[in-house]
Write a protein that binds this ligand. Structure first.
Ligand code: C2E
Ligand code: CA
Ligand code: CA
Length: 619
């Protein structure tokens, strides 16, 4: 404050001038307030909103007293001090309740009469502008926070100056290491999308992608703006996904188990591994594009496709089935197939992934086991049938070709099952043979045959290879013949050529023993034994039964005709009689007769039929 006598009186020229100046200012514009303060720090003039009530009463008051009357202006005392020392100032004043914002211009006014300054302050109310600005700042902060949170930013490039303007998010994304200039280097041509690495504010290396969003050119002002997105996580998850896919592919290709990816709609192979190719006996090229049904056993196609449909319809998450495949070489392989759907990004099933485990060995063992169990069951049934007298004999007539009269009956055994049906010998004799009870059957048939022959009826009995040389059988034949007083020459024992050739010495001794008992001996299924024929010379055989194999097509097949002719010639030469088996028509019979065959047997001559009176069971 100047050491001057003040007020010199409101009449003084300086005071008058200052008051007038204040009045002019107050009238000239819409102000919040105009205050003129003299060099003695007392109010010379005051006008405006806060003084509407207390207007004239503040004139003459000190600055301290002014602050008390208008609290919003109380903080201005130091500013007035500076202005009265000659310093012009412009600043914003906020009332403590924040509801009032004032733009203040404080100007020193040089006194003319006395040295020193008075000061005038013009107050403009800027509350609305300040509020809008504060709102804008908050909005910017909110957007900036959101941008930082999602790793997003905006940039604007003034093309003339090359200056970049960055949003808070972009600034945060790029970190402090990237000034505007280095950004233009990083972006290269900003009109192209570009991807680059940066070191972010937190020191981590991040991948960022930039795109141009807008290019605006208005009179002499060209601005390009664009976005910047942090795609570090996207790239990391893409990398992880690629690694997972690679691992899956390695596991798929290298798996020792058959693996396939199939099209869910066409059912054809999209991808197969080596193990599946090996299992199905086909190359990759043969399998790719081929529908699964084409390599599936026809009986398993429906089940396989129904299971896949159930997954497609959403009724089932996955399925496991056991099915048969047909290999390229026609062989059947069993697979345990586990199928899971593979989903695309759109949630739709884009393929079926199948694992196929080779079950063939397991299935074969299982089937073998089932067969063995069935065989054991049948064996038990055979044994029970023998024990309970449920073996049944049928007889088939044999005629002499010169007289067409029945000269013999071949006895053929059947097994009556518990339900009364008859089992043909082919279905139980091999089992009986494998389990050592065939001899019991032969013994049973032989005893019945002797009983039938005891009535004067000639019969032929089939003996299995196991009975050839069986001492017990020979003893029983001898005993039963003696017991019944049967003519032994009425009985012919048939043994297959295969059984004879297997042990010639034993067969010869057996045939000789039967001859000694007075019975006769026939070589059954002649022509199928693959043996040398020289044995025929010294073998005590009475009949050679020509196998059905040579008889079936005799009337049409010249080779068969020649063969049967040769057999007849040879047999006759050795003094043996011939019997043709399996004669099914008159033509064949005529051929046999013309070839000089002695006897014939077959459906045309007579089918095997139950013998009228079954001998009583003595077993
Ligand atoms: P096998 O000794 O060659 O008997 C002839 C077989 O041919 C019989 O079958 C008979 O029914 C059948 N057959 C007869 N005429 C014809 C024909 O015109 N066409 C055709 N296609 N077949 C005809 P079955 O009765 O099923 O006997 C099969 C085999 O079982 C017999 O062959 C024989 O090796 C064996 N067998 C039958 N009964 C006994 C027996 O009591 N003991 C032994 N150990 N084996 C027997
Ligand atoms: Ca026979
Ligand atoms: Ca035969």
């Amino acid at each position: 404050m100047l050491d001057v006598a003040w007020p010199p009186g409101t009449d003084s020229p300086d005071a008058k001038r200052l008051i007038e100046f204040g009045r002019v200012l107050a009238a000239a514009s819409v102000n919040y307030a105009v205050i003129v303060v003299g060099p003695d720090e007392r109010v010379l003039f005051a006008s405006g909103t806060p003084f509407d009530d207390a207007g004239p009463s503040v004139v003459g008051k000190t600055l301290r007293e002014l602050g008390r009357c208008v609290p919003a202006l109380d903080g201005l005392r130091p500013r007035w001090g500076d202005a009265l020392l000659g310093a012009a100032q412009e600043f914003e004043l906020r009332a403590s309740d924040r509801c009032l914002a004032l733009q203040v211009r404080m100007t020193p006014l040089r006194l003319t009469v006395t040295p020193g300054f008075a000061a005038v302050a013009v107050f403009h109310e800027v509350t609305d502008r300040a509020l809008a600005f504060a709102e804008l700042t908050r909005e910017r902060e909110r957007i900036g926070a959101a941008e930082r949170c999602i790793g997003f930013g905006l940039w604007e490039l003034e093309l003339e100056t090359g200056q970049f303007e960055l949003s808070d998010g972009a600034r945060h994304l790029l970190g402090s290491s990237h000034a505007d200039r280095s950004l233009s280097e990083v972006l290269g041509r900003p009109d192209q999308p570009c991807e680059f690495s940066i070191t972010a504010s937190d020191g981590t290396v991040r991948r960022v992608i930039s795109h141009v969003a807008r290019h605006e050119a208005t009179a002499g002002h060209s601005v390009m703006s664009g976005t910047m997105i942090d795609i570090t996580q996207l790239r990391a998850s893409e990398r992880a996904r690629r690694q997972v896919q690679n691992l899956l592919r390695q596991a798929f290709d290298g798996s020792p188990i058959g693996m396939a990816m199939t099209d869910p709609h066409t059912g054809s192979y999209l991808q197969v591994n080596d193990a599946l190719c090996a299992l199905l006996g086909r190359s990759r090229n043969e399998l790719l594009g081929l529908p699964v049904r084409d390599v599936t056993h026809p009986d398993d196609v429906a089940g396989d496709e129904a299971a896949r449909r159930a997954v497609l319809d959403g009724g089932q998450a996955n399925f496991v089935i056991e099915k048969r495949y047909i290999r390229a070489d026609g062989e059947i392989v069993w697979g345990a197939v586990h199928v899971v759907p593979a989903f695309g990004d759109d949630g739709q099933i884009r393929g079926f992934l199948s694992q196929v485990m080779d079950l063939t060995d397991h299935k074969q063992r299982e089937q073998q086991l089932v067969r063995e169990v069935q065989e054991l069951e049948r064996l038990a049934a055979i044994q029970s049938a023998i024990a309970s007298g449920r073996l049944v004999l049928h007889a088939q007539p044999i005629i002499a070709l010169d007289t067409s009269e029945v000269v013999q009956q071949e006895l053929l055994v059947r097994l009556q099952q518990e339900d009364g049906t008859l089992l043909p010998p082919g279905e139980f004799l091999p089992i009986a043979e494998a389990h050592g009870c065939i001899r019991d059957i032969d013994l049973w048939v032989t005893e019945r045959a002797i009983e039938i022959a005891s009535t004067g009826q000639p019969v032929e009995v089939n003996l299995s290879a196991a009975s050839v040389g069986d001492e017990r059988l020979l003893e029983r034949i001898q005993a039963t013949l003696a017991q019944t007083g049967t003519d032994p020459s009425l009985i012919v024992f048939e043994v297959t050529e295969t059984a004879v050739v297997a042990d010639l010495q034993r067969a010869r001794e057996f045939a000789s023993a039967l001859h000694e008992l007075g019975c006769r001996f026939a070589l059954d299924d002649f022509g199928t034994g693959y043996g040398t024929l020289t044995y025929l010379k010294h073998f005590p055989i009475d009949y050679v039964k020509i196998d059905v194999e040579f008889v079936r097509d005799l009337s049409t097949n010249n080779a068969d005709h020649e063969l049967v002719g040769a057999i007849v010639t040879m047999a006759k030469g050795l003094g043996k009689r011939t019997v043709a088996e399996g004669v099914e028509d008159a033509e064949t019979l005529a051929h046999l007769r013309a070839l000089g065959v002695d006897q014939a047997q077959g459906y045309f001559v007579g089918r095997p039929a139950a013998i009228e009176r079954q001998p009583t069971d003595r077993a």
